[in-house]
Design a binder for this molecule. Structure first.
Ligand code: SPV
Ligand code: MN
Length: 606
């Protein structure tokens, strides 16, 4: 007998839960839910509205099912992922493409039909004995030009809980939009769990992104970067929407830099994971709007940006009182926080580089831990994973720019920054000659060393245009073309800058202190408004010593030595030429659809 999706849902859900779904007038949503409830076959189903009670239910379930454990501070919990599931799995994350489609050499793809068949087989009946959580969120502020609604299906209360911290609630938005909602869909199952309640079948871990139906499937994994639908999974979908519709969806922070006489200038910053993105956005005397994902649109000729998220899934490794006073304060506040893959002793979290004495035992990302413990490969296990994280709402940050976070039209972007992990080529800060020069020689030419944010070897120099390579879902030439055109259309173009916090001398010593970036930011702010001159070099404008000297004194109360300036800002000609050649070769040989202008601009720079 054929029954409608809504009739099926009525049979399958408890009346109280069914009512919540029936209140949303969207047949596409009902079809989607019916299809996946049939496939996943959960033993229990909970639908979360925007009510505090429903959120509380999810929080409680995360503890009841053992995916999170309460810590000594009320509101704090710890979550552990499987020891081999603590970073993004690039190899098993694939974009599903129809036969014959070619997204170029940098995107991991899989035949759509085959991928859908495989993932549906892996997910069949996977939730027998488990509870399914159906949750609604939005990307960007509600009821704004940026809003993108999304529905998440997951059997992990930890994933759902994380999303309640990281995103704006979306149930009422779905009700308001009804059939108008062009929503993204996420289906996740942690799969079978072991005794520590971590995903067990990692050999069957898959993250498949179906562009056509704007659905992402994730299975047999718990790590946030692989599972939190609205984060990096949605990002693949929004990059594609942005390129199709002529706006930008970027891997960037958004922050306010405070200029002279109360002037507020907003900056975005694109950095690969673990290269200073979060810590830049949290400089105590500036104001944070977001630390990871930004939408930028053209509004009457101005570039206006918004934070896609409303929380932070940040790296905790190395966070200490002195260098990161704001995050430190947040981590010690009674706000709701999920710590993941850290060391726990007597209900207190510890992590490497926190600047406090760390106990010699406890429980960490490897299970029961003691100093000197080795893993199956013989590596000594540190107290916490390098990619251990904290999840918290932006509300918890004393320097949050609340108005900018909620602004339905976003904020005007004054400057855009690109930065990577580079030991020997780029100077600490410089400004592009113009939009196209910046997009090509700074954004599209970005390289960075790999880090522990993804599985695999660290410290390998890798091409990473706009810090987006891991998430790209359209051919790279098309992506760059959209970027260039976006700026060309703007009446007021943001200034473009490149930074490098990771320069070393010939003995491998850092050439900059951790907080020097605070000075570069103030210099960039002045440059956006034409308040200081700069030195013109073949690779853009660099600061004058006198200006930096004054700013170092003003911002950090430090003397800045001329010899340090010279070492940091010398133009490293052989390294730069080698880099231009490397980049040109990549685009020439690997990227079929490279816009011609890219070669021209690189050639001019050479
Ligand atoms: C990153 O790795 O860029 C992150 C964390 O922001 S993840 O959710 O893993 O993408
Ligand atoms: Mn990120």
């Amino acid at each position: 007998m054929n029954i409608t999706a809504l009739e099926y849902l009525k049979e399958r859900l408890e009346p109280e839960q069914f009512e919540k779904i029936a209140a949303i007038d969207n047949p596409e949503l009902h079809e989607f839910l019916a299809k996946y409830i049939k496939l996943l076959n959960p033993s229990k189903i909970f639908v979360a509205t925007d009510s505090p009670e429903d959120e509380e239910y999810i929080r409680k379930k995360a503890i009841e099912y053992g995916e999170e454990r309460p810590l000594a501070t009320p509101g704090h919990t710890v979550h552990f992922d499987n020891y081999y599931d603590q970073a993004r799995d690039k190899a098993n994350t694939k974009i599903l493409v129809p036969k014959g489609a070619d997204l170029g050499p940098f995107i991991n793809t899989k035949d759509r039909e085959e991928g859908l068949r495989e993932i549906h087989e892996l997910m069949k009946d996977i939730m027998i004995g488990k509870e399914l959580f159906i949750c609604f969120f939005v990307l960007g502020p509600k009821n704004s030009v940026f809003t993108i609604p999304a529905v998440q299906l997951t059997d992990s209360a930890y994933v759902a809980h994380s999303e309640f911290l990281l995103y704006r609630k979306g149930y009422e938005e779905f009700r308001r939009l009804g059939r108008e909602a062009k929503f993204l869909k996420f289906v996740h199952s942690a799969g079978e769990l072991d005794e520590r309640k971590t995903s067990k079948n990692l050999d069957k871990r898959r993250i498949y992104i179906d562009l056509e139906s704007e659905t992402v499937y994730s299975v047999n994994t718990q790590y946030g970067g692989n599972t939190i639908g609205l984060k990096k999974l949605a990002f693949r979908l929004t990059i594609r929407r942005a390129v199709k519709e002529g706006w930008l969806s970027e891997h960037m922070f958004l922050m306010r830099v405070n200029g002279p006489e109360g002037r507020k200038t907003y900056f975005t910053g694109a950095f690969p994971s673990m290269c200073g993105k979060t810590s830049t956005s949290m400089i105590p005397w500036e104001n944070i709007v977001g630390d990871d994902l930004v939408f930028i649109v053209d509004m009457k000729g101005e570039a206006r940006g918004t934070n896609v998220e409303a929380g932070v899934f940040g790296i905790i490794h190395g966070i200490n009182k002195e260098d990161d006073p704001i995050i430190w304060e947040v981590l010690h506040s009674p706000n709701e926080i999920i710590f993941s893959n850290v060391l726990i002793k007597d209900g207190k979290p510890y992590w490497t580089g926190m600047g406090e004495e760390i106990p010699n035992d406890g429980e960490n990302h490897s299970g029961k831990w003691w100093k000197g413990k080795r893993d199956a490969e013989g590596n000594e296990i540190p107290p916490s994973h390098k990619n251990a994280r904290f999840t918290v709402r932006l509300d918890a940050f004393p320097n949050l720019d609340r108005e900018a976070l909620d602004a339905p039209c976003g904020v005007k972007i004054g400057g855009m920054i690109y930065g990577g992990r580079d030991k020997d080529t780029w100077p600490p800060v410089r400004e592009a000659f113009d939009w196209t020069h910046g997009v090509i020689t700074m954004g599209a030419a970005l390289e960075s060393e790999t880090t522990a944010a993804t599985l695999g070897k660290e410290g390998v120099r890798q091409f990473n245009p706009m810090s987006i390579l891991d998430f790209l879902s359209v051919p790279i030439g098309e992506y760059i073309q959209n970027y260039i055109r976006f700026g060309e259309r703007l009446r007021e173009k943001p200034k473009i800058f490149a930074v490098n916090y990771f320069l070393r001398d010939e003995n491998g010593n850092w050439l900059n202190d951790k907080l020097d970036k605070a000075v570069w930011l103030k210099w960039m702010e002045l440059r956006v408004h034409g308040d200081v001159d700069a030195i013109e070099t073949p690779i853009g404008y660099i600061p004058k010593y006198e200006d930096l000297k004054r700013l170092f004194k003003q911002v950090l109360n430090r003397e800045y030595k001329k010899e340090d300036y010279e070492k940091q800002f010398m133009i490293r000609v052989p390294e730069l030429l080698a880099k231009i050649d490397r980049i040109e070769k990549i685009y020439r040989e690997k990227v079929k659809d490279t816009p011609e202008i890219l070669f021209k601009v690189l050639e001019e720079e050479k």
